[in-house]
Design a protein around this ligand. Structure first.
Ligand SMILES: [Zn+2]
Length: 55
């Protein structure tokens, strides 16, 4: 538990590798926004390569 580093909302957070901000902890909502906007560097793709930004 903690505060989202983007919107400040408290709750469970997810780790995101933001392209400009680096590694940050954000809420589910902000994580989805980052993901949809392709604003994360891809750490998911390292394991499977299934992420659209890594292809
Ligand atoms: Zn947030």
């Amino acid at each position: 538990m903690g505060k989202c580093e983007l919107c400040g909302k408290e709750g469970s957070r997810l780790e995101a590798d933001h392209k400009e901000l680096g590694r940050i902890m954000v809420c589910q909502e902000c994580w989805s926004n980052l993901y949809d906007g392709n604003r994360m560097t891809c750490s998911i793709g390292a394991s499977g390569g299934s992420c659209p930004c890594c292809r």
